[in-house]
Design a protein. Structure first.
Length: 95
């Protein structure tokens, strides 16, 4: 029997997944809005999923920067998975 206030289930939007991670501030030039990443999950290591960086945060007190990238929907991707992220794009040159 469920108790009042007890969660019975969680609704998850698997059509709009993001991967989020932190990088050291000296690595920030490799990550910018629009950069292309490859995401490989621990559960399915032979699959590579493209992602596009959608947000790069400020440097925090520990010298880290939070990065988020949007993933294309795929049946093998779900929230909470552990993954490896690889940068595919070359940073744009400064004029």
């Amino acid at each position: 029997m469920a108790q009042p206030g007890e969660a019975l289930f969680t609704i998850v939007d698997i059509e709009h997944l993001k991967v989020s991670f932190d990088v050291l501030e000296n690595e920030v030039p490799r990550y910018w809005d629009g950069a292309i990443l490859t995401v490989t999950t621990v559960a399915f290591p032979s699959e590579q999923h493209p992602a596009t960086i959608s947000a790069v945060g400020p440097v925090d007190d520990n010298g880290m920067v939070h990065v988020e990238a949007t993933l294309q929907p795929h049946p093998h991707l779900s929230p909470g998975m552990t993954a490896f992220v690889t940068v595919q794009s070359i940073p744009p040159s400064n004029p």
